[in-house]
Unconditional design. Structure first.
Length: 908
């Protein structure tokens, strides 16, 4: 029988230490990571996985258009008589509920809502919008700019709410007659309900999980099967931008009636050494047919080639096993194999993300009936309470960032290239870890983190029974927390990049003492049952070392408390629980548990924007009109000292991390700005917390983090810019971010002093510099030797737009993108740091600009606009080729008074 117990090596038990093959490389910025974009359709013996992202019709209503609801909800008023479909949807989670007695029976007879016209073949959707998935109905805007909109700043001021219907035809041929056919939805926001040919098939409320439904009973041969999907997105479902719609891929999977079950393989590696590693495999087989079958399971192991996305050299074969799978039943086999000289998976730059692929074939009567591939990696992890994270025997400091799921101007609609571009920028910054805050990401993103070697904390919930917003997950927690948790772990547990599972972020149950801790423990247990090989965690911004909450998890994730909150004089006027840096207390209370900071900083800033005076401390200051902020402009100064009320600048975070070296590292809040949660200015559309802005442009802070995370990179970065005509003769502090230990600043050739970094100093600052136009130059030193220089000049006025593209040749698959940066430059070619010229884009050739941005959190021009003001000298245009097309493309950018700028691209 399928028994995870067999694999129940103690929580980190596999976490054995061998002498490992480490591949050392020079730490250096890595550009152009380009890995092969995951294949679209996959056809293998017995199994077809067909991408059905094309040919959809879509329509949305802001209010309830059809008299049906999943269940009653605070934002659904006046719908007391609506048909409640929950009893028909709950059974979709049954495969993820352990106790048979807790599984749901579908009510008898046809369901309420089957007669809805939108579900019927006869309904004419000809005037609905023709769209391609992934699709986010809200990202197109417009932004709500009024004072008290239906969707406020927290959720990005975009029209995420309402009911959206998606319709499409499905084709099955007569050769599919005896097959099992499944619909796989990678993510639909939210409360998905699915009808086929007028029958309610099922659904899944939580918008971040992937799910599968069995369409077989409702399909007819031919091309006229009518699929209809209804989504319903609350106005108040999140503290950030959730997006709306089928925002990830959708697949039709056709298999023989006996086949590898959904997410039906589980691979665990153990006894890893230079010489060998043991690979344990479980294959779960499902038989939806009418007769029992004897199945032989054969699995071969190959090296996985991340650049081609294909299997390489064969390295081993598991002993074959036979299992009898009863009619309409399941069974599982397990097998182990030892491989020689394993190539371990580990994070660059010191290790390599080597992967393997297991190809499982099921045979019935000697004939192959299903083939299923599982990518995985071999690595050892030790979550050491004193040394931090040890990967393959090497201590690896977590240099992490938090990332929400949106992709800036593209909204929540997942796009592989946009995600890969983010990872490239993060790698160049020195990031080696990502916390998927606060929800499971697209599977393709985890394929990228596997292939590129990022360490991942996969996280699922921001709330449990107690809410944070009126219509968040708490509404469905009682029915869905178990299916959602199990589905989350089962989908993702073969990913090499995932090192830990987080089942909660800052949940309010931290405040309910033993009751909250007991609930936490029950969630921990569910995760452990699904994957005993990785530690669990839940992030704590309130629970203290002497409270029971921390006892319910394997490793401690602390948000902000490690570096102290509201504890320095600048914050003394704010309300908040004054908390001294708590790393030592947690370490003492939990000597056996590794500690990491799952959120640090919440430093806020706007790229290229500086306000005066500048706070004199490096321990941070909250934002107000005279301290780092301007509420009229809705901007925050980029001296990188100003924070959310509970936050700390990087300098203060690092001081505490360096004083407490047992802490495994940090995940900064956040790597990129994200849509929504624009603390401190809720009139804006996107956050201020990113090290990188929403358009993907580096803020000043980027260089501060890079100086710590990649200290061998020869880099010095001066702030502010030097265009201050109104400040002549005034004190204008200059800060320099660099890994150097000494630096000398010159203003127009005149030294402002050579200074050394003291212990727990992470930036150079000259606070008395008097502004004069001209040139700032810094010369830095390391160990007494000259190291590197940086220079900032007062620029002239804009004379030209300079266009560059991250990639000049892209695929004409309708998904691939080229990101084009516009720099507004003066006659010497320097970017004019205050330029805000209005730029209009146009395209000749097979493609279009699909979105523009500039990284300004307060820019309320809708993302698809072809007209975009530059912000602090930069703007972004995102180009996509037309599906199936090829040819030369010219993108033009035009601004009043400047010559038209052009860049040539190729679609092929
Ligand atoms: C944290 C929270 C994050 C985000 C952040 C803002 O408390 O976990 O989701 O809200 O604050 O700074």
């Amino acid at each position: 029988m399928f028994s995870l117990r067999k694999l129940a090596y103690q929580a980190f038990g596999l976490i054995q230490f061998g002498v490992l093959l480490l591949i050392y490389a020079e730490p250096r910025p890595v550009h152009a990571l380009t890995v092969k974009i995951p294949p679209r359709d996959a056809r293998q013996t017995g199994r077809e996985r067909i991408n059905i992202n094309s040919d959809w019709r879509f329509w949305r209503s802001e209010s309830n258009p059809d008299g049906i609801i999943y269940d009653h909800r605070p934002d659904l008023v006046g719908l007391d008589d609506a048909a409640v479909l929950k009893p028909w949807i709950l059974p979709s989670g049954n495969d993820f509920i352990n106790n048979p007695a807790d599984r749901h029976q579908r009510p008898n007879g046809s369901s309420l809502g089957d007669d809805i016209s939108f579900t019927q073949d006869s309904f004419d959707d000809g005037d609905w919008e023709a769209i391609k998935l992934p699709h986010d109905w809200a990202a197109q805007g417009p932004f709500y700019t009024e004072e008290d909109p239906i969707v406020g700043g927290g959720m990005g001021r975009l029209p995420v709410h309402g009911v959206g219907w998606y319709r499409r035809k499905l084709t099955v041929s007569s050769s599919d007659k005896n097959k099992s056919i499944y619909l796989e939805i990678d993510g639909a926001m939210s409360y998905a309900m699915i009808w086929l040919n007028g029958h309610l098939v099922g659904g899944w409320p939580y918008g971040y999980n992937s799910f599968r439904l069995n369409l077989t009973p409702y399909l007819e041969p031919g091309d006229d099967n009518q699929l209809a999907i209804r989504l319903d997105n609350p106005t108040d479902s999140a503290r950030w931008y959730p997006g709306g719609g089928i925002y990830r891929s959708v697949w039709l999977t056709k298999v023989e009636s006996t086949h590898v079950a959904q997410w039906g393989t589980y691979i665990v590696t153990r006894d890893v050494s230079d010489e060998s590693a043991t690979i344990d495999l479980v294959v779960e087989i499902e038989n939806s047919g009418q007769r029992s079958q004897e199945i032989e399971v054969v699995t071969k192991l190959h090296v996985f080639d991340s650049t081609t996305g294909r299997a390489g050299t064969k390295v081993a074969q598991f002993p074959s096993h036979t299992a009898v799978v009863s009619a309409r039943g399941k069974n599982a086999v397990d097998a182990s194999v030892i491989i020689k000289s394993p190539q371990v998976w580990g994070p660059p730059p010191t290790q390599k993300p080597n992967l393997y692929v297991a190809t499982t074939t099921l045979y019935a009567d000697g004939k192959p009936i299903d083939t299923y591939e599982t990518q995985f990696g071999i690595r050892t992890l030790d979550f050491n309470p004193n040394k931090g994270l040890v990967v393959n025997g090497e201590s690896v400091r977590i240099q992490g960032v938090n990332e929400h799921h949106d992709l800036g101007a593209l909204g929540a609609a997942f796009n592989v290239r946009a995600a890969e571009r983010k990872l490239e920028t993060l790698r160049e910054l020195g990031v080696n870890a990502i916390r998927m805050s606060h929800n499971p990401p697209a599977s393709e993103l985890l394929e990228l983190t596997d292939r590129l070697g990022f360490l991942v904390i996969d996280e699922i919930f921001d709330s449990w029974e107690l809410n944070k917003t009126a219509s968040d997950f708490h509404l469905i927690f009682p029915d869905w927390h178990e299916p959602d948790l199990r589905a989350f772990v089962r989908r993702d547990r073969n990913h090499a990049s995932i090192i830990a599972w987080s089942f909660g972020n800052e949940v309010s149950e931290q405040h309910t003492d033993k009751a909250g801790a007991a609930l936490a423990l029950s969630l921990h247990k569910i995760v452990q049952q699904e994957d005993p090989t990785r530690p669990t965690t839940a992030s704590m911004n309130f629970a203290k070392p002497d409270m029971p909450f921390g006892r319910s998890m394997d490793i401690l994730s602390i948000n902000y408390q490690g570096s102290g909150m509201w504890d320095t004089p600048n914050y003394s006027n704010l309300a908040g629980i004054r908390t001294q840096p708590l790393y030592p207390d947690f370490h003492e209370a939990f000597p056996d548990k590794m500690i990491l900071s799952s959120e640090t900083a919440s430093t806020l800033s706007t790229r290229g924007t500086f306000f005066f005076p500048v706070d004199a401390t490096n321990t941070g200051a909250p934002i107000n009109e005279t301290s780092g902020g301007n509420s009229t402009l809705a901007q925050v100064s980029a001296y990188e000292l100003y924070t959310a009320g509970f936050g700390s600048p990087p300098d203060k975070v690092w001081t505490q991390q360096d004083k407490n070296p047992y802490v495994a590292g940090e995940f900064v809040w956040t790597g990129f700005d994200y849509i929504g949660e624009p603390t401190p200015y809720y009139s804006a559309r996107s956050s201020y917390s990113g090290i990188i802005d929403l358009a993907g442009f580096k803020k000043e802070r980027y260089y501060l983090y890079q100086s710590r995370w990649l200290p061998d990179v020869k880099m010095a970065h001066i702030i502010p810019h030097w265009n201050w005509p109104a400040r002549v003769g005034e004190v204008t502090p200059v800060h320099v971010f660099s890994a150097a230990d000494e630096a000398e600043l010159f203003v127009n050739g005149k030294s402002q002093g050579r200074i050394q970094k003291e212990e727990y100093q992470y930036r150079f600052r000259w606070d008395e510099v008097i502004y004069k136009p001209g040139e700032l130059r810094v010369v830095t030193y390391k160990d007494g030797q000259k190291w590197t220089e940086d220079r900032v000049r007062t620029t002239g006025k804009p004379v030209e737009l300079r266009l560059t593209a991250d990639r000049k040749t892209i695929n004409g698959d309708g998904d691939d993108l080229s990101f084009i940066t516009v720099q507004v430059v003066d006659k010497r070619g320097d970017v004019v740091p205050t330029a805000d010229n209005s730029i209009t884009f146009s395209v000749d050739g097979p493609g279009a600009i699909v979105a523009t941005d500039n990284g300004n959190p307060a820019d309320m021009v809708a993302f698809p606009s072809l007209e975009r003001r530059a912000f602090s000298g930069l703007a972004l245009a995102i180009f996509r080729g037309i599906e199936g097309s090829s040819g030369d493309v010219t993108v033009r950018a035009k601004a009043n008074g400047l010559p038209v700028a052009r860049i040539k691209l190729q679609v092929r």
